[in-house]
Design a protein around this ligand. Sequence first.
Ligand code: ATP
Ligand code: MG
Length: 265
Amino acid sequence: MTGHHKIAVLGVAKRFGETAGTSVNALSMIDLSIADGEFVSILGPSGCGKSSLLNIIAGFEESSTGRIEVDGKPISGPAPNRGVVFQEYALFPWLTVAGNIGFGPQSRGMRASKVNRIVSRYVELVSLTGFEQKYPHELSGGMRQRCALARCMANDPDIMLMDEPLAALDALTRVALQDELLRIWGEASRVRKKTVVYVTHSIDEAIFLSDRIVVMTPRPGRIQGEFVVPFPRPRLPEIRIHQDFHGLSDKIWLMLQAEAGRKSC
Ligand SMILES: Nc1ncnc2c1ncn2[C@@H]1O[C@H](COP(=O)(O)OP(=O)(O)OP(=O)(O)O)[C@@H](O)[C@H]1O
Ligand SMILES: [Mg+2]
């Protein structure tokens, strides 16, 4: 997990609609370093700018001030080495599972035989064998998100940016996919560990998945605090019921709560 900084968020602030007269201050001054291979989650109240931050790191959105560096170099837009998985619209509805997973490699000009090999590898990794020719609307929510994960990983990005990828799922599927996500991340990271920035509203999900949790304040979002998650990997499903897990969860909840309370006073 240690090593150089993979991602550096340097003095990033974001104000939307500067020219429209009705501006929204979404993010105020974020400084954050993420190590190579680290799994970092971002927690914070709705509207605090989590998605904005992720979009800026992805290169979809420009920051108003500050910059993002990846491997020490400022980014200037999206790049295939930064993959994204979002809660919705994650898949192309007009492409099959195989088509979606193969989309990235194919559009980068890879030979069909190689694309097929990549598709089979990731179909298997996310347990969608037998569903290669199905369209997204023929899949369950959990299968769709596994397919989105595979589509992201098929590009072999060194950074994965995920914005509430499991939020639309029922509680049981969600917990099962948290386990799956760690397994898939581990498998895909065999040669080189992938760095993950993961946005969620679930404190327990953040603890279960991450090496470190960053808590943001209500809008305009800034970093309120950080928690290192001390549990060793591989994370077994039953760590969720350990006392230490609940202890950490309570601490994070209190931090989120304290700030929310202040805001409403
Ligand atoms: N493209 C945009 N144009 C104008 N305002 C925007 C835009 N995107 C986000 N905002 C505003 O910026 C603020 C932060 O939004 P953002 O989506 O980043 O929050 P969030 O933390 O991801 O919220 P949630 O947890 O509900 O997903 C909100 O007030 C939102 O209305
Ligand atoms: Mg969001």
